[in-house]
Design a protein around this ligand. Structure first.
Ligand SMILES: *[C@@H]1O[C@H](CO)[C@@H](O)[C@H](O)[C@H]1NC(C)=O
Ligand SMILES: *[C@@H]1O[C@H](CO)[C@@H](O)[C@H](O)[C@H]1NC(C)=O
Ligand SMILES: *[C@@H]1O[C@H](CO)[C@@H](O)[C@H](O)[C@H]1NC(C)=O
Ligand SMILES: *[C@@H]1O[C@H](CO)[C@@H](O)[C@H](O)[C@H]1NC(C)=O
Length: 345
């Protein structure tokens, strides 16, 4: 009622403080979402190949701000961190790092981004999404990742002493806290009980990372599931000739019988049917994509990268929920401004 009696200069004050927000919607629409890229085992955040990939995204979507995820600024230490460290600690640190980058955070301190994960970087980005407050992804695209873990440790090349050091530590000790706290691939190692076909007790009890982010323990996180279901696109590429990731179908969240090689696709698994992780919800709204890439592990084809980057990265379109949220946010601000003026009267 009193609002009707607002002096016009106060009314215009309310509008001007609200309008810049509304106007920002138009300009933000054409701006691409920032992109987080997390590299794989034995790679570094400043490697040429990774930067080339980033440049490809920039060519397709000029103005994309790209954040190359790293656990150390020195590339040697960043590489070491792909073999050694506690992933829980690493993800917590990355969460802090991204929140302190003003190019990633919106005015509300929240991060809305796309994400691109290569190999283990794929499941780590998913872990980041699940655990990092104030972060949401429109698209998460993973290439040759190990979403359902590995049943064997990757073979090391002859002179890769870091890799050999890691695998030597693991041998016979994978489930000790010592190894789970230190050796990265051990934290997404996953074994099944041969007689039940269910995840082994060792895995459920001792896995420092995967059993948690996959919500396989009886106390399931609602937040993890909501975060996963909140994406618009979760696009999982499996390399058809992959012999590094065992089993390669892990990249599609499938369960594989290590003895017979029988594959149980995600949609037939209990974790999907009971929707432990929000994957079913995501699938039902058309957000879950199972894709194939020819070649062996991480032998990327530009054409496939271009198609994926074109389809899933870039500006957020008008019709999506992100914009609805922003519009609701702008509406809130108009309401706040009106309330302020009311208080003033
Ligand atoms: C933000 O982006 C600009 C332009 O790319 C860059 O110059 C600046 O260093 C970035 N800031 C941070 C904190 O990375
Ligand atoms: C890894 O780090 C987290 C957070 O600091 C800690 O709670 C956890 O116990 C560590 N994991 C192991 C296996 O030591
Ligand atoms: C496999 O599961 C069965 C039934 O729960 C259990 O008795 C057995 O100890 C398990 N085996 C291993 C190696 O954990
Ligand atoms: C694999 O399949 C064989 C044959 O069906 C079965 O005996 C075995 O328990 C299965 N193993 C797992 C881990 O499911």
């Amino acid at each position: 009622m009193r609002l009707l009696a607002l002096p016009s200069f106060l009314a215009s004050l309310a509008l001007t403080s609200a309008l810049p927000t509304v106007n920002r919607l138009d300009s933000d629409e054409s701006k691409p979402l920032p992109l987080l890229i997390w590299h794989g085992l034995g790679d570094t955040y400043d490697a040429d190949g990774l930067r080339e990939t980033g440049k490809l995204v920039e060519q397709l979507h000029p103005g994309t701000y790209i954040y190359y995820v790293r656990v150390a600024e020195s590339s040697t230490e960043d590489r070491t961190g792909t073999f050694f460290g506690n992933i829980t600690t690493q993800i917590a640190q990355v969460c802090e790092d991204v929140h302190s980058d003003s190019n990633l955070t919106g005015t509300d301190g929240e991060i809305r981004a796309d994400a691109l994960g290569f190999s283990q970087g794929g499941q780590f980005l998913r872990g980041l999404l699940e655990r990092c407050d104030g972060l949401s992804f429109r698209s998460l695209v993973t290439f040759g990742s190990q979403h359902n873990g590995i049943q064997q440790f990757p073979a090391c090349s002859d002179y890769d002493f870091l890799c050999k050091g890691a695998t030597n530590l693991i041998k016979g000790n994978a489930w000790t806290d010592y190894v789970q706290n230190r050796v990265v691939p051990a934290q997404y190692y996953r074994t099944l009980n041969e007689s039940t076909g269910l995840p082994s007790q060792d895995y459920l009890q001792h896995s420092n990372f995967l059993a948690d982010v996959n919500n396989e323990r009886s106390a399931r996180s609602r937040v993890y599931a909501d975060q996963v279901a909140s994406m618009e696109n979760f696009v999982m590429y499996v390399f058809e000739e992959d012999v590094t990731v065992i089993p390669k179908e892990s990249g599609w969240f499938a369960e594989v019988n290590g003895t017979t090689g029988e594959v149980t696709p995600l949609r037939e698994r209990q974790m999907y049917k009971e929707d432990w992780l929000g994957l079913k919800r995501l699938d039902e709204k058309g957000g879950l994509q199972f894709k194939k890439h020819p070649n062996g592990h991480m032998q990327l084809e530009d054409k496939i990268l271009v198609d994926a980057f074109q389809a899933y990265f870039g500006p957020e379109s008008k019709s999506n929920s992100g914009l609805v949220a922003q519009t609701a946010d702008a509406y809130e601000r108009v309401q706040d401004a009106v309330r302020e003026v009311k208080d003033y009267l």
